[in-house]
Ligand binder design. Structure first.
Ligand SMILES: *[C@@H]1O[C@H](CO)[C@@H](O)[C@H](O)[C@H]1NC(C)=O
Ligand SMILES: *[C@@H]1O[C@H](CO)[C@@H](O)[C@H](O)[C@H]1NC(C)=O
Ligand SMILES: *[C@@H]1O[C@H](CO)[C@@H](O)[C@H](O)[C@H]1NC(C)=O
Ligand SMILES: *[C@@H]1O[C@H](CO)[C@@H](O)[C@H](O)[C@H]1NC(C)=O
Ligand SMILES: *[C@@H]1O[C@H](CO)[C@@H](O)[C@H](O)[C@H]1NC(C)=O
Ligand SMILES: *[C@@H]1O[C@H](CO)[C@@H](O)[C@H](O)[C@H]1NC(C)=O
Length: 625
């Protein structure tokens, strides 16, 4: 052990003994913070911010700064958002050469500051301080800041935190998730602030409105070659590209944060006290029509939005949802178009539907016939946009190689013509009406097939489906199943087939399910409250991340099962209707029926109708005997 580690140890002991008095510190000198001690954290002098290890999942921790005041603590900065460390042995310490090192239990460095190497004596005189602004600063002995968390950001820009060259704000992957998502707020090459959708395969700017031919029309100036944007404490945001805005509660002294939410919208939040608890209120947002955010409904999906039902996704006629738990992967066609036989394709008109980008070509003043021919000339043409342009005084034709960023809005005065096989899709005399009907039937068909394939997923999703659900109830059922799987084969041959299947899903599915649970409950618990001042924000759907499409789908699944249970079919028992056909008859029908029934009770809309834990155990055990 060398001198400097000995010094760390001594200081650590000193800190620990003093922290026993439960006094919070804003400054750490030469010691380390350990994941195992929740008291190992720094708290800003004003008590508003804390930094330390923040749990982001099951035995997963991130070194993070969070705000303590809101009813649900809000994480504002994370060192290792895509690389969480485990709950044992991980720590943050100052290395011998004066860098902050975040190490996991194996001792490998998962994150470090990119600062200049210091000598041992310089390194042992560093101070780490959490400022009242939420900025974590590493000072050297002459009080020069050699590193600060404000130079990088996660999904949040705090007041006083400069957005400039090399910094960007990146959304979380989903509500309640902390890993990097697909949306980015940054200064692009044109020196203007932009919002970008960037998935592994796609990338497109969606704010300011990309349909503007000249960005200056949005009041943006691209000629200032410096890049700087800043939010101040009063709720005023200013940028070097001349973009600015004021919070609706401008001037009020409160905590604020500018967040690029996981749904791709940029929102300013203010902390406001309501009935004794502190909650976030939206006081500005970049985009009022959430369907204009790219990547929302995935390829071949269409986004619709109204104040009543909020934002919704659905698949185009002849398409089905690809991943039932994730709209961002979009829809896939249920038909094939052969390239060699162009006469086999035809087009369906979808009124007021817009797909942004992926144009194979752009042709001005074209007749409808010619535009159709143009699309047929391309093997990869999936359809075309045909719309009148007042500017150009004629109809413009946009053949599309992919159908991305789809939205339907009565305000959009163009139509999409979708390429489909002549033989493949049933009659479509009334395109728009049909479109709607077809879509709902496609969705429900899809629900069923997903359900049939993923029995466990459904059982677990029961837990997330209805807001405020007895999750533990589901966990119990799950343990019951696991327990059953451990029984000797002779007693329940059928069950083994079933549980083998269950096991294949369990861990991932449970993780996913619990995550979704947090999403639903988190929202219900009032993490964010909307203020009536901004008309487009009234709908709670407007802010919900992976879009409540997902939650809505799961609610529908529950309904579907309920219907099956209630109606009952004459030929088959209802359990056969909903169980994974791959199980054939290798399960105990009575037992499975019981499980599904208990699961359904657990997600009863009325909380009082849900069984207590004792009742669940009794119901499950009744079958054992
Ligand atoms: C602190 O950092 C500044 C700038 O890097 C440097 O000039 C100064 O000598 C450092 N002080 C100490 C005590 O290391
Ligand atoms: C965009 O608009 C600005 C001001 O209205 C004008 O000076 C500029 O020339 C325009 N740029 C283009 C490419 O049309
Ligand atoms: C350009 O940006 C700088 C900040 O980086 C600002 O001080 C200056 O006023 C801006 N110039 C104009 C003309 O807006
Ligand atoms: C606060 O409480 C009052 C009366 O108890 C109630 O009318 C109001 O809706 C509550 N406000 C919120 C935001 O919960
Ligand atoms: C489309 O063609 C591919 C390959 O020829 C085939 O695997 C797939 O099943 C077809 N899909 C449909 C919906 O017919
Ligand atoms: C559009 O094309 C038609 C015929 O091809 C022509 O008569 C008409 O002038 C064109 N209109 C414009 C605005 O170019």
């Amino acid at each position: 052990m060398d001198i400097s580690s000995l010094f760390f140890l001594l200081c650590l002991l000193q800190t620990l003994s003093s922290s026993a008095s439960s006094k919070a510190f804003d400054t750490l000198i030469g010691t380390s913070l350990s994941v195992e001690k929740p008291s190992d954290k720094l708290v800003s002098a004003n008590g508003e911010f804390s930094v330390g290890f923040y749990p982001v999942g099951d035995n997963a921790f991130c070194f993070a700064i969070w705000m303590t005041k809101p009813s649900v603590p809000t994480v504002v900065w994370i060192a290792n958002r895509d690389d969480p460390v485990d709950g044992k042995g991980s720590k943050l310490s100052v290395s011998k050469d004066g860098k902050l090192h975040l190490t996991d239990s194996a001792g490998s460095v998962v994150w470090k500051t990119k600062t200049e190497a210091l000598t041992i004596s310089e390194a042992s005189n560093l101070q780490l301080r959490l400022m009242n602004t939420g900025n974590l600063v590493l000072y050297n002995f002459s009080s020069v800041a050699i590193w600060q968390s404000f130079d990088s950001s996660t999904d949040i820009l705090l007041p006083q935190q400069l957005l400039t060259f090399g910094t960007s704000v990146i959304s979380n992957r989903g509500q309640g998730l902390y890993s990097s998502g697909y949306y980015k707020f940054f200064f692009d090459e044109d020196n203007a602030l932009h919002l970008l959708f960037q998935s592994p395969k796609l990338s497109s700017l969606y704010w300011p409105d990309p349909s503007l031919k000249n960005i200056s029309d949005a009041g943006i100036c691209i000629y200032n070659t410096s890049r700087a944007a800043l939010l101040d404490d009063t709720g005023y945001f200013w940028s070097s590209d001349h973009f600015k805005f004021y919070a609706t509660d401008f001037g009020t002294v409160t905590q604020r944060r500018l967040t690029l939410d996981a749904d791709g919208n940029l929102r300013l939040y203010s902390l406001q006290e309501m009935n004794g608890s502190w909650d976030w209120v939206v006081t500005w947002q970049a985009i009022s029509d959430p369907c204009r955010i790219h990547g929302i409904c995935g390829p071949n999906g269409v986004c619709t939005y109204d104040h009543v039902s909020g934002r919704r996704c659905f698949c185009l006629q002849g398409f089905k949802m690809k991943d039932h738990s994730d709209w961002s992967s979009g829809c896939e066609p249920e038909f094939n178009i052969s390239c060699d036989h162009r006469d086999e394709s035809t087009f369906i008109q979808l009124a007021h539907v817009d797909y942004y980008g992926s144009d194979i070509d752009f042709l001005q003043n074209l007749t409808f016939q010619d535009c159709q021919e143009e699309c047929l000339n391309w093997c990869n043409c999936k359809g075309f946009q045909y719309r009148f342009s007042v500017e150009d005084g004629g109809y413009n034709c946009y053949p599309k190689s992919r159908l991305l960023n789809g939205r339907r809005s009565p305000n959009f005065d163009g139509d999409l013509y979708l390429r489909v096989p002549k033989a493949g899709i049933s009659n479509h005399k009334m395109p728009d009406e049909e479109f709607r009907l077809q879509c709902s039937s496609i969705v429900s068909k899809q629900e069923r097939s997903t359900y049939e394939n993923k029995t466990v997923k459904l059982l677990l999703w029961f837990a997330t489906a209805v807001g405020g659900v007895e999750f533990s109830c589901i966990v119990l059922i799950w343990f019951f199943l696991l327990k059953t799987s451990k029984r000797p084969a002779s007693t329940a041959q059928g069950y083994l087939g079933l549980t083998a299947k269950f096991k294949r899903f369990t861990f991932n599915e449970l993780r996913k399910a619990t995550r979704g649970f947090k999403e639903v409950i988190g929202q219900g618990a009032g993490g964010i409250v909307y203020k009536g001042v901004l008309p487009d924000q009234r709908s709670p759907n407007a802010m919900h991340t992976s879009d409540n499409g997902e939650i809505r789908e799961h609610k529908r699944l529950v309904m579907l099962v309920r219907e099956n249970v209630n109606i009952g079919t004459t030929e088959k028992s209802w359990i056969e209707e909903i169980i994974d056909p791959m199980l054939t008859d290798n399960y105990d029908k009575a037992k499975m029926e019981l499980l599904v029934k208990v699961a359904l009770q657990c997600v009863a809309k009325d909380k009082d109708e849900r069984p207590t834990m004792t009742q669940v155990i009794e119901m499950l055990m009744s079958h054992e005997d």
